[in-house]
Design a protein around this ligand. Structure first.
Ligand code: ADP
Ligand code: MG
Length: 628
């Protein structure tokens, strides 16, 4: 409990004690009124102040105003009819405050749950100076500095391991506790926990650009993107509160006036004013106003603990309506770790061909480039390479030792006007042109990710109607992968721009209400990520282009996470709708009872606080998504 909450609890207890005690104090008239006023002010002074401020600022129709008017009215009625029964006004305020306390506690608690995830924020980085470790603020570490991470510490900044071997725990990032081994030369991202060995890491980014900072920023900003449900609630409140205030006013004055003027009956002023005040207490829209954002907050928090980062509640809402899922192939459904399965060469030596390929690819972040560099296996001297040009979906052109080299698919060869030899091996073919002559091709092959097939089944179970794969790779490879995984529709040999076009076609063909999600790895597909109804980037542990372009980021590169993300969003949206319907039905029911004079103020406050407590408890369920 925070200090503020403790103070509120003290006020609540104090008021309860006073309410009980005053029943035994035998005073009448003004002294009695005075005693009860003290109790009233103890519990309600802040509400009265806020209501006053609201009126001064011209924003008078809020719940503070409703509570203040209703309780002051109840006091006034008790004074007017000399009943001396002030319990009601105070009790209404008391229960309202109990409800507020409960809600602030619940919100605080779910915030804490989310900051537990945010445990990835590193407090310091170690720098070695004269044989001693010095702790510095990660913000002050320049790119290229060597930092030391000891076992048990968080990796504070992205970098490359220069010395040491260790196992990393990535569970804070991915929600899964699969340990990862790293050794010299490996890239390492911040936020993981170093478990076994001491690592010396050369930083490749500033702290502000590192994975940890990106993720924290993303989660912290997520609540500022509002969903349609939330927009509905604020619009609703803007109309609703003034409407009930005027209705209450009408309820207080119209029936008595009608009775007096037209029916010739006694006006029963007190009765109708009391009904109007009860009506005001009932009308408090707290349950809705509080529980909807809280549900989204909990849903986003629960998802991030599973390694699924959602950039805003609007995206969570859209995700829950996803009926079409479109995939990129390389790096998304396949591992993107190609093995060289054959090298077919003309007169150039095989090793030489591979060397040219690896060197020309030295600056690309495409999985193919990484694989070729790995197959080459030797250190790459970047100074030998100049004039690099990468053509998305086609390949690379560069100068190696001053000789022009092109490595890419048949599209690239056609573009260069180069005659090439077709290859009949199944696999991705990288044609090579060196110094203006066709030099042969390298056949590389990729494998599908371990859970990719199950992931497609899980998606179908989660209500997805159609799965589509888009790839820049050759038709044969594409079709093989698609049939292996059971994908409904395939389009191959696409340039990055064609992928956008395909997605636009799919978008146009489907009903507006059914949403299309695109899943990619951020390489050659960033425009598609932003064009789809919802862009899901996979394997953020590797590329930060993905974090930028996507609406939902999966830390892990396991395709099973997509169906999980959809299930989480469904659960969260389900809870939001339950709360909206539940709160509105009870509210309007109680309002009717209040207007008819069946419900008194006690009933009203119990209904209000009760609905709120139930709605908040229901909202918190959205945090609980581990078993989904
Ligand atoms: P996918 O849609 O499967 O993710 P991309 O659109 O990234 O594939 O690439 C499509 C094709 O373009 C690859 O199969 C390859 O033939 C060629 N290509 C793209 N980038 C490169 C590169 N850096 N080196 C060689 N070929 C490349
Ligand atoms: Mg790709």
């Amino acid at each position: 409990m925070t200090k503020k909450q403790k103070k509120m609890l003290t006020r609540i207890i104090l008021t309860t004690v006073m309410l009980i005690a005053w029943n035994f104090v035998p005073v009448e008239g003004f002294p009695r009124l005075g005693l009860y006023l003290i109790a009233y002010l103890v519990i309600g002074y802040d509400i009265l102040r806020k209501a006053g401020q609201g009126i001064l600022n011209g924003r008078m129709f809020d719940e503070n105003f409703l509570m203040a008017v209703a309780t002051i009215g109840a006091f006034a009625l008790a004074v007017y009819d000399r009943s001396g029964d002030y319990n009601e006004a105070i009790a209404v305020m008391l229960f309202y405050q109990i409800g507020e306390l409960f809600q602030s506690y619940a919100v605080g608690k779910s915030r804490k749950n989310i900051s537990a995830l945010m445990d990835i924020r590193p407090d310091y980085a170690n720098i070695e100076k004269d044989g001693k470790l010095e702790q510095v603020d990660p913000d002050e570490v320049a790119i290229g500095t060597v930092i030391v991470v000891q076992p048990g510490e968080k990796v504070p900044i992205d970098g490359i391991v220069r010395q040491g071997e260790s196992t990393l725990n990535t569970s804070a990032l991915t929600g899964e506790s699969l340990p990862r081994d790293v050794k010299e030369g490996d890239e390492i991202i911040s936020g993981c926990i170093n478990m076994t060995g001491v690592l010396r890491i050369e930083t490749t980014k500033e702290f502000g650009e590192s994975t940890v900072s990106k993720i924290l920023e993303l989660v912290e900003n997520s609540s500022s993107r509002k969903s349609r449900s939330e927009a509905f609630i604020s619009k609703f409140a803007r109309v609703y509160t003034p409407a009930v205030c005027y209705s209450a006013l009408a309820l207080a004055f119209l029936p008595p006036l009608v009775r007096l003027a037209f029916l010739g009956m006694a006006p029963q002023w007190e009765d109708w004013i009391y009904r109007a005040l009860t009506f005001l207490v009932i009308s408090c829209p707290c349950a809705l106003v509080i529980s909807i954002p809280l549900s989204f907050f909990a849903g986003i928090g629960g998802a991030s603990r599973e390694g699924i980062l959602v950039k805003g509640s609007n995206y969570l809402e859209t995700l829950s309506e996803a009926r079409y899922v479109v995939f990129d192939k390389t790096g998304t459904l396949t591992k993107g770790v190609f093995e060289v399965s054959a090298v077919h060469h003309n007169d150039m030596d095989q090793a030489k061909l591979l060397e040219y390929a690896a060197l020309a690819e030295c600056a690309s972040s495409h999985p193919i480039s990484k694989s070729l560099q790995r197959a080459y296996g030797k250190d790459i001297d970047r100074s030998r390479v100049t004039d690099i040009e990468e053509i998305g979906g086609q390949g690379i052109m560069a100068k190696v030792d001053g000789i022009s080299v092109a490595a890419g698919n048949d599209k690239l060869m056609k573009r260069l006007g180069m005659a090439y030899i077709d290859c009949h091996s199944v696999g991705t073919i990288i044609h090579m042109a060196v110094d203006g002559h066709y030099a042969g091709h390298i056949v590389i092959s990729d494998v599908v990710k371990p859970h990719a097939k199950e992931a497609m089944e899980a998606l179908k179970k989660a209500g997805v109607k159609k799965t589509v794969m888009l790839t820049g790779d050759a038709k044969r490879v594409a079709q093989q992968v698609a049939s292996e995984l059971g994908i409904d529709e395939v389009h191959s040999e696409l340039l990055p721009g064609d992928k956008v076009e395909q997605v636009e076609k799919l978008l146009a063909a489907k009903p507006e209400k059914e949403k299309l999600a695109f899943v990619g790895d951020g390489i050659n597909d960033a425009p598609v990520l932003s064009r789809a109804d919802i862009g899901i980037a996979m394997g953020a542990m590797g590329s930060d282009a993905a974090i930028e372009a996507a609406d939902v980021v999966l830390m892990d590169d396991d395709p099973m996470q997509i169906a999980k993300a959809i299930r989480i969003s469904r659960k969260c949206i389900g809870i939001v709708y339950q709360n909206i319907v539940f709160a509105l039905v009870i509210k309007f029911g109680c309002l009717a009872l209040g207007a008819l004079g069946v419900a008194n103020m006690w009933f009203a406050i119990f209904a209000d606080v009760g609905v709120m407590v139930i709605a908040v408890l229901n909202a918190i369920r959205a945090l609980n998504v581990h078993k989904l």
